[in-house]
Design a protein around this ligand. Sequence first.
Ligand code: FES
Length: 75
Amino acid sequence: MYVCTCNAVTEREVRQAITEGARTNAQLRQRLDAKRVCGSCDDCLEEYLAEASEEQYEIPTPFVFPAPCLTNGAG
Ligand code: FES
C-alpha cells in the first residue's frame, strides 16, 4: 500500500526507515528520498512515527518466577 503517492513510497518502506532510525517526518523524508510535494501524507507519516514511539516506550511485562510456595508445596 502506498503511503505517499507523490513519491511512490510504500508502508513497508516507511516502517523500514523507522526501524533504521528515522524519528521525525523530516528524517523519514530524507531516508526515503521523498520530497514533500502535496503534503497529504504528512498525517499518515506522523501516525507511523507515533505508533513506533509508543511501541518503543511500551513497558515490557516483567518475567516473574512462580512463588516458591506454589512450586514446592511449602507455605
Ligand atoms: S502524498 Fe506524499 S507528498 Fe504527496
